[in-house]
Design a protein around this ligand. Structure first.
Ligand SMILES: *[C@@H]1O[C@H](CO)[C@@H](O)[C@H](O)[C@H]1NC(C)=O
Ligand SMILES: *[C@@H]1O[C@H](CO)[C@@H](O)[C@H](O)[C@H]1NC(C)=O
Length: 361
């Protein structure tokens, strides 16, 4: 009996250890210890209050709710146009046009009489080219940041930008559609919309020589053919080409004439403004014809006529729409929210001691 009980105990022990072994094998594995590299601290959530001192050109937008989050998915970015929040605002934004045309003129439109909190930044905002800035020296040494279409501004707010389809998850008009611009029948070769015509501007000379060689339909105040906003893009879109000629040739200055009138209407833009290299850096590839590409305006005119007559050559200017899309920045609220989007890269300490040279130099 003794040896039997020994054997029995052995059996129990064996099966128990076997059971425990199997349990250990099949039991859900416990979480492995993490490797010893410490996780980076989560970025501090943004909490920035931005006061807009004047609404640009006197046209206000609603700031109710949280427009940066609701419209542009930018969190912790609080916009106000209520001047009583001055002393608690992190950033105060001044739009140039209202500073310039204030009565009495110059820096008197700034709240220089109020104590300025030491950590508060003042931002100078303008979408206008140097030709309309006027003298900015009264504003030297007052601003910490610039908000402008220029790529080297602290907060760049271009009129539009190019995005890659898929990569930057842009929805876009598909050019296989029947009403895609490339499939449209055109009844006009080229159009131009101009309100403030000045014979001394380079664009006036280009238009003059072009219109002697090819028909150009002209709209706008100067031609006494103003277009109401709903008519603008459909009218331009009837033509093969749109003369997206800037009123001045300034660094990075590419206005809504390209982004909205040209690309938005689906006419191939003929551009005059900054260099071809700048357009290549900012506009979709192969999307435009630059006046500088030709030895003369007459050669440009002949090119336009030839391309309009050659379906395949014309379609080449729409190829980019398969891989790229354009995104316009048109709402002042979005432009203000860009200050927050850009905030992590903004210089902590900066003063524009010579704003005049920066903007006009
Ligand atoms: C363009 O014109 C052709 C020939 O007149 C016609 O068959 C076609 O449907 C038109 N396309 C559009 C988009 O209007
Ligand atoms: C912002 O500019 C003002 C005025 O020039 C200056 O006194 C202040 O130190 C600047 N602030 C920062 C944070 O750079």
């Amino acid at each position: 009996m003794h040896s039997f009980s020994k054997l029995f105990t052995l059996c129990i022990l064996l099966s128990l250890s076997c059971y425990l072994f199997l349990l250990g094998f099949f039991a859900p594995s416990s979480p492995r210890p993490q490797p010893a590299t410490p996780a980076p601290p989560p970025p501090k959530p943004l909490n920035l209050s931005i006061l807009l001192w004047h609404w640009p050109f006197g046209a206000s937008y609603s700031l109710a709710g949280d427009p940066c989050r609701e419209m542009y998915n930018i969190t912790g970015c609080f916009l106000s146009d209520n001047r009583s929040t001055f002393s608690t605002s992190d950033v105060v934004v001044f739009h140039h046009h209202e500073l310039r045309w204030a009565r009495p003129p110059s820096s008197s439109a700034l709240p220089l009489h109020l104590p300025r909190p030491p950590s508060q930044r003042w931002a100078w905002m303008s979408l206008e080219p140097p030709a309309v800035n006027g003298d900015l020296s009264p504003f030297n040494g007052l601003f910490n940041w610039t908000v402008s279409y220029r790529r080297d501004a602290d907060v760049p707010i271009p009129y539009g930008r190019t995005v890659r389809r898929g990569v930057e998850e842009e929805e876009g008009d598909d050019d296989d559609d029947e009403d895609a611009p490339s499939a449209r029948n055109r009844s006009c070769l080229a159009s131009w919309v101009v309100s403030r015509y000045k014979p001394t501007q380079a664009r006036a000379a280009v238009y003059g020589r072009l219109s002697r060689r090819i028909p150009v339909e002209v709209y706008g105040l100067w031609a006494r053919r103003p277009l109401a906003d709903p008519q603008l893009l459909p009218t331009i879109g009837r033509c093969y080409f749109y003369l997206a000629l800037e009123n001045s040739e300034s660094r990075d200055y590419i206005s809504e004439k390209l982004w909205r009138n040209g690309f938005g209407a689906g006419a191939v833009p003929v551009v005059l403004g900054p260099s071809r290299a700048t357009y290549e850096a900012l506009a979709p590839p192969g999307s435009f014809i630059h006046v500088d590409d030709f030895g003369s305006v007459e050669a440009l005119a002949d090119h336009l006529r030839r391309v309009a007559a050659d379906g395949a050559a014309y379609l080449e200017y729409f190829r980019w729409r398969r891989t790229h899309a354009v995104r316009r920045l048109e709402d002042w609220r979005e432009r203000l929210c860009q200050i927050c989007a850009r905030y992590p890269q903004l210089p902590a300490h900066k003063v524009y001691r010579d704003l005049d040279t920066w903007a006009n130099g």
